[in-house]
Ligand binder design. Structure first.
Ligand code: PAF
Length: 284
């Protein structure tokens, strides 16, 4: 596996390659990332992963500085997973001048859910992803469903800019107790880690109620929120949405997704669960 740090070396390594599958990451890799690399291998070759903690997508007071940088261990994981090439630029390689041109993500996506609590986050994500797409020229790019809103932003950007890239979504990997794998789980204290699976349990019980036909969305979401807050979480949102658009769900919505973001101490966790169309449809 080759590791390159500059745009020139990336271009040289990729010259003549035209079935590239790409997995963008911010490093500090876990089994969820490895599963995305394995998925990428089924869709193209070579498989390229990027490792870059993107300052543009962090707001003031967020965890940009303390986000774990573990390049050597990440490269070992990627090599073992069968990745062919790692692009690990530093900020000056990716942003040689201040990035004043940015992707203008429509407010309906950018300012909703996580975007309402992280202003500018999705513009930062879309901008770095667009740059990486232009540098790597992938035919396929793989994103995890764990970042559900990010996945929709990227899909919509690709669609509206006519980028010739297939976006493939990888399943969320979970610890045996249900906690979605995330680099930020490493911030949790032992006590918080023991409590963290409650987020997934609340989403699972909402998804089960919806699958069984419940449609009083606001009441269900408020009850889940209340249980989390009662247990000490600081909840940004618990929402039941249309899984294809992330717009508010109605009684007629076929595909539903339940999403939540909440804080345990200083750690913000997000998670989501899709409610299958058949379960939702059968229930009514
Ligand atoms: O999901 C992530 O790790 C990041 O948001 C991404 C897509 C690599 C962009 O920085």
């Amino acid at each position: 596996m080759q590791v390159v740090h500059t745009v020139a070396d990336l271009r040289a390594a990729l010259s003549g390659r035209n079935r590239t599958a790409f997995v963008p990451t911010m490093g500090n890799l876990h089994a969820g990332h490895v599963s995305l690399v394995e998925l990428a291998k089924r869709h193209g070759s070579p498989v390229v992963a990027s490792i870059f903690v993107n300052p543009l997508q962090f707001g003031a007071g967020e965890d940009f500085e303390r986000y774990p940088r573990t390049l050597a261990a990440d490269c070992d994981e990627l090599a073992a997973a069968g990745c062919d090439l790692v692009f690990a630029p530093d900020a000056s390689a990716l942003y040689p001048v201040a990035q004043t041109f940015k992707v203008d993500v429509p407010a309906a996506l950018a300012d909703d859910l996580c975007g309402a609590f992280r202003p500018g986050h999705f513009a930062g994500v879309a901008t770095v992803v667009l740059k990486l797409f232009h540098l790597v020229h992938p035919q396929v790019a793989v994103f995890g469903r764990k970042d559900y809103q990010q996945l929709l932003v990227v899909k919509e950007m690709v669609r509206q800019f006519n980028l010739p890239i297939d976006i493939v979504a990888g399943a969320t990997l979970r610890a045996p107790d249900g906690l979605a794998m995330s680099s930020r789980n490493g911030y949790l204290s032992e006590t918080e880690r023991a409590q963290a699976p409650q987020l997934q349990r609340e989403l699972a019980s909402l998804a089960a109620a919806l699958g069984a036909g419940a449609r009083d969305f606001a009441v269900l979401a408020a009850a889940a929120r209340q249980r989390l807050e009662g247990a000490g979480w600081r909840v940004d949102y618990v929402e039941i949405r249309d899984a294809t658009s992330l717009k508010a769900a109605t009684r007629d919505t076929r595909a539903l997704v339940v999403l939540a973001a909440a804080w345990l101490g200083h750690t913000r966790l997000i998670d989501n669960l899709e409610v299958t169309a058949s379960a939702a449809g059968d229930a009514d």
